[in-house]
Design a protein. Structure first.
Ligand code: G3H
Ligand code: 13P
Ligand code: ZN
Length: 325
């Protein structure tokens, strides 16, 4: 690597290989929490250190631009140092979420990420294979692990039905994994991104565990990733609406479905929206109750404290990752 590049091991980070092997054997999932700013990262590290959970901290392309890629490298280093100062030896992975090009993935590998996702799920199959393979070939030279994706996650506008072949096709997974050399595979079985996963008033359709089982049969022991896995905790949606927000009809994946997924080959569960909701709810509440306050430490501090509480609960009662580091 060149002078301005850094390897993840120099930052004290870990890739996902051992994390996933242990999660697979232990029947739990590693939390993959998205962050954009200091307070979110502090909350994730605090919650995972205090619960003894391995953790993947992940940034999207947009989050990387927002936080600044140079700043991010030091934030990741700081996150590791903070955990160690707390007396915790939890493995911490810095992961690129939804990488959309070889260049972006390469840049993340070069700047200290220990894991990257190349999301070619919208491309025709052979193009997805080709792009994913290219990223794997580069990343593996530096022991950086790679997540690929097959199947397109449903959006609220999409019909969540079997006739729409947005679900992952189990007959493709073996070939994809073999041809690309990916370390994990994100699949589509009925989850979706954001806070409005299903139409308001619609009965929440269960996840397609039959598809997951078929995938597990075809690639036994291979780490599977679940995106769009926020449960959209209603307590926070209600707080947002109570204090001037407008988020009617926000609904997520029921926790018991996530619990079931965590015990399967699903080794990584992605959660972003739930973190956003907590922060927004607590900032709104704090400012509404303290209209004269203008110190960001006060309202962001309140948000950070509640985020720690939520993430600890998730590790302990949903992902099953608490105490597994
Ligand atoms: O899967 C997408 C993540 O929730 C990141 O979203 O692109 O708004 O940062 P973002
Ligand atoms: P949520 O929007 O359900 O939190 O999903 C996040 C995600 O999948 C990030 O890649
Ligand atoms: Zn995602």
């Amino acid at each position: 690597m060149g002078d301005d590049t850094v390897h993840f091991s120099e930052l004290g980070l870990a890739n996902t290989r051992e994390m996933f092997a242990k999660a697979m054997a232990g029947g739990y999932a590693i939390p993959a929490y998205n962050f954009n700013n200091l307070e979110q990262l502090q909350a994730i590290i605090t919650a995972c250190a205090e619960t003894g959970s391995p953790v993947i901290v992940q940034v999207s392309k947009g989050a990387r631009d927002y936080a600044d890629q140079t700043m991010l490298r030091y934030m990741a280093m700081g996150a590791v140092a903070m955990a160690r100062k707390m007396g915790s030896n939890i493995p911490i992975c810095l992961h690129l979420d939804h990488g959309d090009s070889f260049e972006l993935c390469k840049s993340c590998v070069d700047s200290g990420f220990s894991s990257v996702m190349i999301d070619g799920s919208h491309l025709p199959y052979e193009e997805n294979v080709k792009l994913t393979r290219q990223v794997v070939e580069y990343a593996h030279k530096f022991d950086v692990t790679v997540e690929g994706e097959l199947g397109v996650l449903a959006g609220i506008e999409d019909e969540v039905s079997a006739e729409h072949s947005t679900y992952t096709r189990p007959e493709e997974v073996e070939d994809f994994v073999k041809k690309t050399g990916v370390d994990s595979l994100a699949i589509s079985i009925g989850t979706s991104h954001g806070a409005y996963k299903f139409k308001a008033g619609q009965a929440v359709p269960p996840l397609r565990f039959d598809i997951l089982e078929e995938i597990e049969k075809r690639i036994p022991g291979f780490p599977i990733v679940l995106h769009g896995a926020s449960s959209v905790v209603q307590e926070y949606v209600e707080l947002i609406n109570k204090y001037g927000g407008k988020m009617e009809g926000a609904v997520g994946i029921p926790e018991e479905q996530l619990r079931r997924a965590a015990t399967s080959a699903v080794c990584k569960i992605n959660i972003d929206s739930d973190g956003r909701l907590v922060v927004t709810a607590k900032v709104r509440e704090y400012l509404a109750n303290n209209p004269g306050e203008f110190d960001p430490r006060k309202y962001l501090g309140a948000a950070r404290k509640e985020l720690v509480k939520l993430l600890k609960e998730k590790n302990a009662t949903v992902l099953g990752s608490a105490g597994k580091a």
